[in-house]
Design a protein around this ligand. Sequence first.
Ligand code: ATP
Length: 232
Amino acid sequence: MLLRSARSIKLFLLWTGHVPIRKAMNQSAEQLGVVGGTFNPIHNGHLITARAAKEALGLDRLLLMPNTRSPLRMSEPLADAAERLEMVRLAVKDEPGLEVCDLEVRREGTSFLVETLRLLQEMHPDTPLTFLMGVDSLETFDRWKEVERIVEMVRVAVMPRPGSDARSALKALEERTPALTGKILLLKQGPQIEISATDIRKRIKAGKSVSYLVPDAVDAYLKQSDVFKGSL
Ligand code: ATP
């Protein structure tokens, strides 16, 4: 009788909106996501797809985590970690639920996702983690350190990107590495934003405007700094 009335009170609070559904159903209080990238620089394509993914997966917080240097992209010019971090911070400062994470740039040397995820799990022991990546990352994902461990530790989801066929890329990855079969979630096509950091770097070098491609605060930051003005 007591149990039944406790349940009725819970349902009543849920119905009246006093208790969020997850809490009422005794599920974890927080869903945390993390998206890694060079963010060289961050642009509106990152932000729009990140927000769409956050909504689609019901994440409370999504951390945007610039990395020191992808071990697989050593040849590309890169703004300083501090500059990229600052631009991400400026980009998300008015975006509820999107946050900057400095975990990888604070570490010396190469970033390995599996190590970063271990740290994040230590920092948030009871929080289920989702790692988000773009379709292009599927081409190299099976060469990342301890990739089979990564898909056991966290949920891995792929964000769509214009010009990339996510289904074929995933199929090819699963054929190369059968242990990854069924372990990666493809998000449905959300907004398709054809912006890339490569294009932004080229535009800056050519003296062209990048407004509307990056948040206003990032545009202002880029205008008053020398970042990318002498490189591609
Ligand atoms: P670059 O042009 O230098 O390769 P990028 O624009 O792809 O840079 P990254 O920092 O490498 O940016 O991207 C971080 C993550 O965000 C990657 O997983 C990438 O696929 C994804 N991403 C970047 N731009 C977009 C976009 N316009 N739409 C969807 N996903 C994107």
